[in-house]
Design a protein around this ligand. Structure first.
Ligand code: GLA
Length: 387
């Protein structure tokens, strides 16, 4: 957590003295269920301890000022009546997009001075954007004296990212950041937007996040390409199965029977990933409920291989880090997490092996790709709140 007094001093330097309130929303790590939220599948993310903080104070003049502790001065200033002109992907559009959606939903959003501080690396697959969106919504709702439940916040902030920022993301990230519960993963049915909290009794294992520090350069364009390939697959399957709503409604056996309908081999591999990944999520939850962590770890490995070979969203950095992780004794399983093409990995490591794991994987990763990775042992944490 950032030093609250220091944050307050910076806030007052920017905006003058007076009362402030402080809010937090977590980032997330997706344990399993990758690239299937937009295919109506099940995913299993968990909120993490790192996230975004915002210190805020209402203003009477309908102006919103945004600053961050690592950016000089007030980065963005905008009237609530002129939000529309700020659409785009700059820092600031994420927050303003959320305010725009809140206003559309009838919330009496107030002008505000805001100072953001992140403990989450930006653009590394841990949902820094969703975390900023959710903390903005949480603070703006509180200042307006309004409230929404976690599902409503998730759907609203996803809409903001889709329409205001222009990123066609699924529901997983915003949902996970808005609904975290300490010690739990969220089994989210993305088609119904319904979630079951799954206690993570990891029985002597820790969740270790590894940051490849390779920026996800291709992520946006490839993300849209994968979505389009999945849509093409669904359209082909619907020529025979008209009622089919989502790829993840299929079992692997059904897909095998319908395979000849999909003529494009690449599209078929994308579809096979989606259907098999959905099964792995369901199976993971059964194993977790039985306390079979090693079995769960094997599914993490299988998920990575499917993302590498069928869905093709990994890349040399994510592959090198997870390969080295998998080879380490005491690591039950390891995979990429998030959109891919860089960003982070998630591994399950025996508590007593964590230190050695970090040392060894870090050295092997650096030797393989020439980048210095970072590792954060983490646990499933709670959702957004006022501090
Ligand atoms: C990004 C998107 C999510 C999800 C993941 C891949 O994080 O924002 O909606 O599609 O990629 O699982």
């Amino acid at each position: 957590m950032p030093d609250r007094d220091q944050m307050k001093r910076q806030f007052e330097t920017l905006y003058g003295p007076g009362e402030t309130r402080l809010f937090f929303a977590p980032g997330r790590v997706n344990l399993i269920g990758e690239h299937i939220d937009y295919n109506g599948g099940y995913v299993l993310p968990a909120a993490i301890e790192q996230g975004n903080y915002v210190m805020v104070r209402p203003r009477q003049d309908g102006v919103v000022n945004l600053a961050a502790d690592d950016l000089p001065g007030t980065a963005v200033s905008c009237r609530l009546s002129e939000l529309d002109s700020r659409r785009g992907r700059e820092w600031g559009s994420y927050q303003l997009g959320v305010l725009d959606e809140l206003i559309r939903a009838g919330v009496p959003v107030r002008g505000m001075d805001m100072l953001f501080s992140a403990t989450l690396p930006f653009g590394s697959g841990l949902s820094s954007s969703a975390s900023i969106e959710v903390v903005t919504a949480t603070a703006a709702l509180a200042l307006a004296g309004a409230s929404m439940n976690g599902t409503e916040i998730a759907l609203l902030t996803q809409r903001a990212e889709n329409s205001f920022v222009g990123v066609n993301c699924g529901i997983m990230d915003q949902f996970a950041c808005a609904n975290g519960r300490e010690g739990c993963g969220m089994l989210l049915d993305c088609a119904a937007v319904r979630c079951e909290q799954i206690p993570l009794h990891l029985d002597g294992y820790s969740i270790v996040i590894g940051n490849t520090r390779k920026k996800r350069g291709l992520a946006d364009s490839k993300y849209n390409e994968r979505r389009a390939e999945c849509e093409a697959g669904l359209a082909a399957l619907r020529t025979k199965r008209k009622e089919l709503r989502n790829l993840c409604d299929l079992t692997e056996e059904e897909l095998e029977d319908l395979a000849p309908l999909i003529r494009d081999e690449t599209v078929y591999r994308r579809v096979l990933h989606a259907v098999s990944e959905n099964n792995r999520v369901v199976e993971s939850v059964l194993l977790l409920k039985k306390g079979d962590i090693e079995g769960f770890g094997k599914l993490l490995n299988a998920s990575h291989l499917s993302l590498r070979d069928l869905y093709e969203v990994t890349g040399p950095e994510l592959d090198a880090m997870t390969e080295s992780a998998r080879a380490y004794p005491g690591c039950a399983g390891s995979r990429m997490t998030g959109a891919g093409f860089g960003g982070c990995t998630v591994s399950l490591v025996k508590n007593e092996a964590v230190e050695g794991f970090i040392e060894t994987v870090s050295a092997q990763y650096e030797a393989a790709v020439g980048l210095h990775g970072e590792f954060y042992p983490t646990s499933a944490a709670a959702g957004p709140r006022e501090l």
